[in-house]
Design a protein around this ligand. Structure first.
Ligand SMILES: Nc1ncnc2c1ncn2[C@@H]1O[C@H](COP(=O)(O)OP(=O)(O)O)[C@@H](O)[C@H]1O
Ligand SMILES: [Mg+2]
Length: 405
């Protein structure tokens, strides 16, 4: 395996006088893989009988993005004896007399936050640190009290006002941090084709962050990759009922509008075929949960399918369940959902029915970043008509990660 000069610096870092390493920049540039290998080699050569931490957004994410590829690395398999205890979330690594434990933690998992308070660590690797709560990161760092401990961070860029950018990247000199910036060209394992595919996935602020590796603020339209001809269709495919799987996604509202979207997915393309909208302010009448449930039954047109609903709509979920409908509570991660929706739009895998979805199309064309809130350090959309977009995001967030790779 050829290793680029930037990647080589990751392997040299443990033997420099720096206390910490930050690798930031583009996706797929080899940050996680090279860091995890270098971390393990360092831990095994300098320590024994010591505990270390691999942290990610969730334990599942660390397992998928870091542990699985690490355990599959030939060089590691040939030189160490590794045992991964899945239920205990710990990897035991041995070589000769030396043995160390590597614990997995998830920054957003409640249980991890409590667990990490009790341990003493020789080093911690924070994968995708910008996605973790600051309190978790600080707790993890505070646990590194073993002599010679080092901190390892990597992330894709976020807003320039993000706490990690301000507190760590901008203060790298005073904190004695080695900061290395990556682009996809720093990964010799990527073919030109693969790089082109990744470039084609992102637009706007996400292109600047995930491809160019820049810490930039979102401003202007969020879905500027939405194209009013390329993301639109007028005649549904004739095999829509046989080849596509149907879902209805719902953003519930009583004083705010209530939206249902009729969605068809063939595993590649997603079609939003129809929308239901009840705007109680415009209609000057609020509907009860039972009335909404009646409307849902009518909207389904006697063809039942899973309904993805905003999890806070507890009473409406019960009303749907009483009618025998299968309800999936939605994940409401706004920024991740926006990024994923953007990927689908940019790749023209998300198509919307021209005549049946006026509301959704209108919202796509106006949804913008809140530049004022961004100045205060929070990144979010301007609060406006966004209920159909919320419903759409609930569906997108339900999809597995591989749909966006
Ligand atoms: N020097 C290299 N040679 C071959 N493949 C590499 C090299 N560096 C990284 N890769 C592979 O490239 C892919 C992306 O690397 P990864 O570490 O996940 O990137 P990042 O964390 O920057 O998104 C992985 O499949 C990884 O194994
Ligand atoms: Mg990574």
């Amino acid at each position: 395996m050829a290793i680029s000069s930037k990647q080589k610096q990751i392997f040299k870092f443990p033997y420099t006088s720096y206390d910490a390493l930050i690798c930031d920049g583009a996706v797929r540039s080899g940050k996680t893989s090279m860091m995890s290998i270098s971390f393990l080699l360092w831990a095994m050569s300098c320590f024994s009988g010591c505990a270390f931490a691999f942290c990610g957004k969730s334990v599942g994410a660390v397992e998928r993005n870091l542990v699985r590829p690490l355990l599959a690395t030939k060089y590691i398999q040939q030189n160490f004896s590794l045992r991964y205890n899945r239920s205990g979330h710990v990897i035991t690594v041995k070589r000769g007399e030396k043995e160390n434990h590597f614990y997995l933690f998830g920054g957003r998992d409640e249980s991890s936050a409590a667990l990490i308070q009790g341990v003493t660590l020789g080093g911690v690797l924070l994968d995708e640190v910008a996605l973790m709560p600051r309190s978790f990161v600080e707790q993890a760092l505070a646990r590194c009290s073993v002599e010679g401990a080092k901190l390892w961070f990597n992330c894709n860029p976020d807003s320039p006002l993000h706490w990690f950018k301000k507190e760590w990247i901008e203060k790298s000199t005073e904190k004695n941090v080695l900061h290395i910036h990556f682009t996809m060209d720093d990964n010799p394992g990527l073919s030109e084709e693969t790089k082109a595919r990744y470039r084609g996935m992102y637009a706007g602020v996400f292109y600047q962050r995930f491809i160019q590796g820049l810490w930039v603020m979102g401003d202007g339209l969020i879905y500027d990759m939405f194209d009013s001809t390329e993301n639109i269709y007028s005649d549904p495919p004739i095999d829509i009922l046989s080849r596509y799987t149907r879902f209805v996604s719902c953003d519930y509202g009583t004083t705010n509008p209530c939206i249902f979207l009729d969605i068809y997915d063939d595993g590649e393309k997603i079609l939003v075929n129809r929308e239901y909208r009840w705007d109680s302010k415009e209609e000057q009448r609020q509907k009860t949960d039972e009335e909404y449930a009646d409307d849902m039954m009518a909207f389904l047109e006697n063809r039942f399918c899973p309904i993805i609903v905003d999890p806070s709509a507890a009473s409406f979920i019960l009303a749907l369940q009483r009618r025998g409908l299968y309800v999936i509570p939605a994940t409401n991660d706004v920024l991740d959902g926006i990024r994923k929706t953007g990927v689908m739009l940019k790749q023209r895998k998300l198509l919307i029915h021209q005549k049946n979805c006026d509301g959704l199309i209108g919202e796509l064309g106006t949804y913008s970043w809140d530049t004022k809130a961004a100045q205060g350090g929070t990144e979010k959309p301007v609060k406006q008509q966004d209920h159909a977009l919320d419903a759409l995001r609930y569906y997108i967030n339900y999809l597995p990660d591989w749909r966006f790779e």
